[in-house]
Design a protein around this ligand. Structure first.
Ligand code: CMC
Length: 428
C-alpha cells in the first residue's frame, strides 16, 4: 500500500489516497477532491486518468507488453484460439476441456439471426459502408431479442453476451454479401468460429466452398490480437454507455460507432489506402516528409499509439501472419508488402519517429493480410469490431457486476460566456 500524496490547494493541504494495482502504475484517488477543494482535475484525452479498476487486460506501453488476464498475447496467439480467448476474457481463466466444449456449443447455438433481420438489411443502400450497417444492425439486435435486455438479470446478461459474440460474424458476413449483391450464407455450426465466418463471407450457393485451414488459423489469430485492449476509446464508450443502464446491444453498437474513426479501428482501412496511395517504394520519402511536416495534417497510418511507446506486440505477430498468408496464397511479390516493409525500415531509422517513439501498430500489417484473404478495405474495421466485441462485453460485464458502479459523468472547465440576459430579437 503506497503512502497518500499531499496536495496543497490554496491555503490548505489535502491527503489523497493512493491505490496500487497488481502491476503497473498506482493511481491517486481524487474522488473527494472537489468536495474538499472545490476544484476539478483537467485531463482532456485522459492521458493521465484511470477511468476504472479492471482485472481484464494489462498493457505496459514502454515495454511493449500486452496481457489478457495475465497471459501474454504472443502465447495466446501462438497456442490458443479465439473462442478460448473469449472464454478467458469473460470468465478470467482458460477453460478446461469440458468448459471449452460447453462454451463453444453455447456460442454456436446462437449464430443464426432472426429471419426478419434479412428484411431489415434490405433497407440499406448497396454501397453503404459495412460499419454503418454494423452500427445499425448490432443496435437493432435489441429490437429482436427483448428477452435478454434486462441488465439486472445475470442470466440475461450472459445470453446477450453469447448472442453478440455468435451473431456478430453472421451480421458482418451479411453486410459484406449485401454490398456485393450475393445471397446471404447461413452459418454452418459444425465449423469452428472463424472457418464458419470465412464460409459465410466467401461461399456461394452454386459451388462447394472448402475452408483453407491456414487462412482460417491466420484470421483466428488476428481476432485474438484484437480481442481486447483495456480502456481504449471504444471500450470507454461502451462502459460510459453502459453506466447509464442502457441495454448491452445498444452499448456495443456505441462501441462499434466509436471504433469506426481513423484514429482508432478505422486505421487498418486508412493504412492500406495510404500504402496504395504511396504506390511505389521510391515515393516513400515524400510521404515521410509529409508526416513530419507540422503544416500538413497527413500522418503515417498504422504508426504511433497512445499507450505503446515501443513496438506494438500485436504488430510483430501481425507481420508474421501477413507473410504466412501471402506464402499460402502464393503471392510472391506483393508491392504493398514491399512498400510497408520499406516504410517501416525508413521510419524506424528516422529521428522524428525515434524521438516521438512512433512504432508500427497492429493496423500496419493487418490490411495487407486481410486484403490478401479477399476482404475489401471497407470490411477491415468490421472485422476489428467482430473481434473486439468480446472485449467490450467483458468490460461491460465487469462494470455492471461491480457493486460500486455509478453513472459516468465527467465535469468540465467552462470557458463560455458568463451569465447574461436574453435580448429580444428586434433589439439585437
Ligand atoms: N505520423 C506522424 N506523426 C505522428 C503520428 C503518425 N502516425 N502519430 C503521432 N504523431 C506525432 C504527432 O504529430 C505529435 O507530434 P507533436 O508532439 O510534434 O505535436 C506526436 O507524435 C504525438 O502524437 P499525438 O497525436 O499527441 O498522440 P496520441 O497519443 O494522441 O495519438 C494516435 C495516438 C494513435 C491517435 C496517433 O499516433 C495516430 O494518429 N496514429 C495514426 C492512426 C493509427 O494508426 N491509429 C491506430 C491506433 S492502434 C489501433 C487502435 O487502438 O485502434
Amino acid at each position: 500500500m503506497s503512502n497518500p500524496v499531499t496536495l496543497n490547494v490554496a491555503d490548505h493541504s489535502l491527503e489523497l489516497p493512493v491505490k496500487d494495482g497488481s502491476i503497473g502504475p498506482s493511481v491517486v484517488d481524487i474522488g473527494k477532491l472537489y468536495a474538499q477543494s472545490g476544484m476539478f482535475t483537467y485531463d482532456p484525452g485522459f492521458t493521465s486518468t484511470a477511468s476504472c479498476e479492471s482485472k481484464i487486460t494489462y498493457i505496459d506501453g514502454d515495454e511493449g507488453v500486452l496481457l489478457y488476464r495475465g497471459f501474454p498475447i504472443d502465447q495466446l496467439a501462438e497456442h490458443g484460439d479465439f473462442l478460448e480467448t473469449c472464454y478467458l476474457l469473460l470468465y478470467g481463466e482458460l477453460p478446461t476441456a469440458s468448459q471449452r466444449t460447453d462454451f463453444n456449443y453455447r456460442v454456436t447455438r446462437h449464430t443464426m439471426v432472426h429471419e426478419q433481420m434479412m428484411r431489415f438489411f434490405q433497407g440499406f443502400r448497396r454501397d453503404a459502408h459495412p460499419m454503418s450497417v454494423m452500427v445499425a444492425s448490432v443496435g437493432a439486435l435489441s429490437a429482436f431479442y427483448h428477452d435478454s435486455t434486462d441488465i439486472a438479470d445475470e442470466n440475461q446478461r450472459m445470453i446477450a453476451s453469447m448472442r453478440m459474440i455468435a451473431k456478430f460474424p453472421t451480421l458482418a458476413a451479411m453486410a459484406y454479401k449485401y454490398s456485393i449483391g450475393q445471397p446471404f450464407v447461413y452459418p454452418q455450426n459444425d465449423l469452428d468460429y472463424t472457418s464458419n465466418f470465412l464460409r459465410m463471407c466467401f461461399a456461394v450457393p452454386c459451388e462447394e466452398y472448402k475452408v483453407n485451414p491456414v487462412l482460417s488459423r491466420a484470421l483466428d489469430r488476428i481476432f485474438i490480437l484484437h480481442a481486447d485492449h483495456e480502456q481504449n476509446a471504444s471500450t470507454s464508450t461502451v462502459r460510459l454507455a453502459g453506466s447509464s443502464g442502457a441495454n448491452p446491444f445498444a452499448c456495443i453498437a456505441a462501441g462499434v460507432a466509436c471504433l469506426w474513426g481513423p484514429a482508432h479501428g478505422g486505421a487498418n482501412e486508412a493504412a492500406l489506402k495510404m500504402l496504395q496511395e504511396i504506390g511505389t517504394v521510391d515515393r516513400i520519402p515524400e510521404f515521410i516528409a509529409r508526416a513530419k511536416d507540422k503544416n500538413d495534417p497527413f500522418r503515417l497510418m498504422g504508426f504511433g499509439h497512445r499507450v505503446y511507446k515501443n513496438y506494438d506486440p500485436r504488430a510483430k505477430i501481425m507481420q508474421k501472419t501477413a507473410h504466412e498468408v501471402l506464402n499460402e496464397l502464393g503471392i510472391k511479390d506483393d508491392p504493398l508488402l514491399d512498400i510497408a516493409v520499406e516504410l517501416e525500415r525508413i521510419a524506424l531509422s528516422d529521428p522524428y519517429f525515434i524521438e516521438k517513439k512512433l512504432y508500427p501498430n497492429v493496423d500496419f500489417y493487418s490490411g495487407i493480410t486481410l486484403k490478401a484473404m479477399g476482404f475489401p478495405t471497407s470490411m477491415f474495421t468490421a472485422l476489428f469490431a467482430l473481434a473486439r466485441t468480446v472485449g467490450w462485453i467483458a468490460q461491460w460485464k465487469e462494470m455492471i457486476e461491480d457493486p460500486s458502479q455509478k453513472i459516468g459523468r465527467p465535469r468540465q472547465l467552462y470557458t463560455g460566456s458568463p451569465k447574461r440576459d436574453y435580448v429580444p430579437s428586434h433589439m439585437r
